[in-house]
Design a protein around this ligand. Structure first.
Ligand code: HEM
Length: 133
């Protein structure tokens, strides 16, 4: 009986938790983006791409985008992925490097793998607009 009520309680609460909540809400996402930007700066596979980047804007756009893509209370107001990445010659290896950095950051911050995968699943379709054909 105890097991049943624990099970029912879990069923009653879990559908309400969005990926945004599971990422730790606004402060969780800010922490992830800050750690990701630090990691990118150290990552010699991709840091040259960000040499002239406006990091303050990039930070706020990534926070907004991750919030929106995790079904949080935000609307992404930045450039499209095609506009912001066109002409940069980003290849698969660079794309994968950034995703790898993001996974590492989320893992260190103890984001559950299922939550990581839900966010990554929303970002993955952007590959075609970011990577040069
Ligand atoms: C899923 C993967 C990625 C996502 C979700 C993403 C997201 C974004 C966002 C939201 C912006 C800001 C757009 C704006 O300013 O309005 C941006 C800009 C940018 N991204 Fe990405 N990006 C991804 C992959 C990459 C990769 C792989 C590289 C290069 C290795 C890259 C390099 C850049 C650069 C250089 C900028 C412009 C920064 C500036 O000029 O200020 N991105 N990206």
């Amino acid at each position: 009986m105890l097991a049943l009520s624990v099970f029912l309680a879990a069923c009653a609460t879990s559908p309400k938790a969005t990926t945004y909540d599971q990422l730790g809400g606004a402060s969780g996402i800010e922490g992830i983006v800050d750690a990701l930007l630090e990691k990118i700066v150290e990552d010699e596979r991709i840091n040259f791409q960000f040499a002239d980047a406006d990091i303050v804007r990039l930070r706020s756009m990534l926070i907004e985008q991750f919030c929106a893509e995790s079904d949080g209370p935000c609307t992404y107001s930045g450039l499209s992925m095609q506009e912001s990445h066109a002409g940069r010659n980003i290849d698969d290896a660079q794309f994968n490097a950034l995703v790898e950095d993001l996974i590492e950051v989320m893992t260190v911050r103890k984001v559950p793998v299922g939550t990581q995968n839900r966010l990554l699943k929303r970002l993955a379709p952007m590959h075609g607009d970011i990577v040069e054909p």
